[in-house]
Design a protein around this ligand. Structure first.
Ligand code: ZN
Length: 98
């Protein structure tokens, strides 16, 4: 049974989170007969990646990974400045947060 061909260019130029789809990359057939479409994307931070169509459509990929890195660096910055320690101590004192 022939598969209905997918218009692979339909999401080219679209923006998903920080990622802009620049072009279609390639098709990969898995051993289970599932076709995975790969796209070239460019993150707003400048990093280019190849991601699957599915992760873009479902929204599970929104950046090259810099979003997660930035979130981490904010936390470690706050830890370094004692912000979190102060916050936890304050919570323990008042016995809130449960
Ligand atoms: Zn990025």
């Amino acid at each position: 049974m022939p598969r209905k061909p997918l218009n692979t260019d339909d999401i080219v130029g679209q923006v998903f989170g920080r990622l802009t789809v620049t072009s279609y990359s390639h098709l990969q057939d898995t051993d289970k007969g599932i076709r995975i479409h790969y796209y070239n994307v460019r993150c707003s931070c400048g990093i280019e990646k190849v991601v699957t169509r599915n992760t873009l459509i479902t929204g599970s990929t929104k950046s090259c990974g810099c979003l997660a890195r930035e979130a981490k660096s904010v936390i470690s910055h706050r830890m370094n400045t004692g912000y979190y320690d102060a916050l936890f101590q304050e919570k323990n004192k008042r016995n809130i947060g449960d």
